[in-house]
Design a protein around this ligand. Sequence first.
Ligand code: KG4
Ligand code: ZN
Length: 335
Amino acid sequence: MLILGLETSCDETGVALYHTERGLLAHALFSQIDIHVEYGGVVPELASRDHVRKTLPLLEQVMAEAGVTAADIDGVAYTAGPGLVGALMVGATLARALAWGWGVPALGVHHMEGHLLAPMLEEEHPEFPFVALLVSGGHTQLVRVDGIGKYKLLGESLDDAAGEAFDKVAKMLGLPYPGGPHVAKLAAQGNSERFDFPRPMVNRPGLDFSFSGLKTYTLNTVEDCKIDGVLGEQDRVDIARAFEDAVVSTLTIKCRRALQQEGLKTLVMAGGVSANLNLRAELKRALAKEQAAVFYPAPQFCTDNGAMIAYAGAQRLRAGQIDAADVAVRPRWPM
Ligand code: KG4
Ligand code: ZN
């Protein structure tokens, strides 16, 4: 089965072709970061308009790259939510129209299911069951995964998502949007010994997270360090480091706890924050001690992309699942 995947939930246009036997044939991504950077965050209307401009050219590009024609495509998967409603509508409408024109089924995929299954695109991929840590700009969740569609939420953030906290701390440090990679770059030069930021909720039982207190703690530290309203360069890098260390160790503690609770030895990490190299290294180190393994997507498939949607859609379409023909999106959608 050859499945076209479309991702347009936020500020990246992703298009991919996934074949259930041959794997990923082609994928293309356009990031709108340059469009939104001057506003310090995603402007929904600008996002929708740019998805309109980019989806068809990217589709033509991946079809040419894969050497396939419309007649070869067996189904269309698109991100139906959660995300920005206008942006989602662009992908959903195009997917529905293409599927109708080509006479093939279309299926709306949950964006976080796409992230969660992205590590399955790798040659060395995990086997079910596993625990997944989903860490993106909108979500921080621990999920038990027993198979496609068999998901049990174990814990989640009660307030800000980890990526959102990275983005807000980036703003405090005068860094551009999206802040995660910029904070990580600063943190690499920082001194871990200088500050000791709190690890939220680690002393309480359970698997929920909270990052808003850590964000406030970071803001207070920024204000305390300023001299005549200016934050020194060493302060910036040390604060970035202390913040990143706190997020990394909080996530690591909860992942270990989730694996112990579920009696599992496999952890999968996905979503934009899973691109963070310190988080990857620390999880690997901590889990090795327990003979547990951690899997993550290739860096290009950690953040939003069409390949993960094509993959998730292919699994569901192969299992015979199809949606009604109306164009339906769900800006808020629990997994
Ligand atoms: O999954 P994603 O591309 O979009 C959402 O579905 O939210 O995740 C984007 C988030 C942003 O908050 C971004 O700052 C964060 O992932 N991020 C990172 C890194 N790369 C992206 N956070 C920390 N370290 C990184 N290297
Ligand atoms: Zn995402």
